[in-house]
Ligand binder design. Structure first.
Ligand SMILES: [Zn+2]
Length: 115
């Protein structure tokens, strides 16, 4: 079982990481740039297209990470954080401290990734 202190610590880590990822994606929690006056000079269009698709791929990865964090935060709210979403066993603390967004134990994670 996790103590309240541990859960509070993981919550802070998850929220900080979530904020960092959202900033990286370019979504600010506070909308401040309401104007839609973004213009781009298209000098090297091919390069830009490639750059753009790379950015999309990175943004997708970052969004997946945000989703994992959201799922972990949801588990904290439900009071099931620290237990595997699939088999219900406790997730080992060393794993949580490396990856606080873990919602599956190592065994279930491996099984999910294999599929
Ligand atoms: Zn499991």
């Amino acid at each position: 079982m996790l103590t309240d202190q541990e859960i509070a610590m993981y919550t802070r880590r998850l929220e900080a990481e979530r904020e960092r990822l959202l900033k990286e994606i370019g979504v600010d929690s506070e909308p401040h740039n309401q104007g839609n006056d973004v213009t781009k000079a298209g000098d090297e269009e091919a390069d830009e297209a490639e750059d753009f698709s790379n950015k999309l791929a990175i943004a997708q990865t970052l969004r997946d990470e945000v989703q994992e964090i959201d799922a972990a935060l949801e588990k904290i709210r439900k009071g099931t954080y620290g237990n595997c979403e699939k088999c219900g066993l406790e997730i080992p603390k060393p794993l949580l401290s490396i990856a606080p967004e873990s919602i599956l134990c190592e065994k279930c994670k491996l099984e999910t990734e294999r599929n």
